[in-house]
Design a protein around this ligand. Sequence first.
Ligand SMILES: NC(=O)c1ccc[n+]([C@@H]2O[C@H](COP(=O)([O-])OP(=O)(O)OC[C@H]3O[C@@H](n4cnc5c(N)ncnc54)[C@H](O)[C@@H]3O)[C@@H](O)[C@H]2O)c1
Length: 251
Amino acid sequence: MTNENSKSQIAVVTGGASGIGAEICSQLLAIGARVYSLDLLSNSGQAEVENLYPLQCDVTDERALLESFSLISKQGAITKLFINAGIVPPWSKSADFTRQSWESVLNVNVIGAALTLKYGSAAMKKPGGSIVFTASLNAWKGDSNIASYVASKHALLGIVKSTAIEFGSEGIRVNAVAPGPIATQALKKRLLDRAKGDFFAEEEAYKKLSSTTALQRIASVEEVANLALFLASDKASGVTGQMINVDCGVL
Ligand SMILES: NC(=O)c1ccc[n+]([C@@H]2O[C@H](COP(=O)([O-])OP(=O)(O)OC[C@H]3O[C@@H](n4cnc5c(N)ncnc54)[C@H](O)[C@@H]3O)[C@@H](O)[C@H]2O)c1
C-alpha cells in the first residue's frame, strides 16, 4: 500500500516552527502535502503559507496532543509523522547537573516523543503510514557535558527499534534520522553560549566541528530533511527500525 499520492497526504511535524522541523515542513509542502506543525511557538511567520497549519502544542502536554491529533484526524488519516521536537540543555559537567535539568530534557526529548507517538500513531493510515524521529549522532555516541541529552537520544533509538516491531504488523514503518551538528539557530546559540559570546570563538568552534567530518563540513538542515522525507516515502518501503546518520561522516 503506498502513501505517495502527495495531494492526499497529511503530514505532522513536531517542532516544525524552526530549524530542522521547519525545513521538513517546507519540503513536505513542496511535494503537495497538507502539513500540520505542532510547536510551542504558535506561529513563527509560517501562518500565511498555503497548506501549512501551525498548531500551538506542547508535546509534553497529553491534553494538548490529544486535542491537536483529534483536530487533524477530522481531515483524514495521517500518512507521515515526524517526531522532531527536542531541546538541548546548557552545557554542564555531569556532577553539576540538577535534577530539574535532567527532568526537563527527558520530559521533552523522551516522554514528549513517546506521547506524540502514542496519540499520533492512533491517527495514522494503516497500512501505509510512516513515522520518522529526529534523533542525533548522540543516539550512538557520547559527548562530555551533555549527558542528559545523550541519554535522551539513546532512548529514542530504543523506542524506534521496539515500536518498529510493534507497528510493523499494522503496516507502519518507524525510522530515525541521526543528525550530526547542523547549523541551525539553536546550534549557533549553543556555540555562542559556550564561547561566552565571543564571535571568533564561535567561528573557531564551527571550524573545529567541520574538521572532524570526512567531508570537512557539517551537514545542512536541507540534508537532514532530505533523509527524513526519503525514510517517510515509499522509496524506503522496505526500511524500518533503522536510524541513519546525516553528519558528513563523523567516522
Ligand atoms: N541542530 C543540531 O545540531 C541537531 C543535531 C542533532 C539532533 N538535533 C535534533 O533535531 C531536532 C530539532 O532541533 P533543531 O536544531 O532544529 O532545534 P530548534 O530549536 O531550531 O527547533 C526545535 C523546535 O522544537 C520546538 N519545541 C521545543 N520544545 C517543545 C515542546 N515541548 N513541544 C513542542 N515543540 C517544542 C521549539 O519551539 C523549536 O521550534 C531536535 O530533536 C534536536 O535534538 C539537532
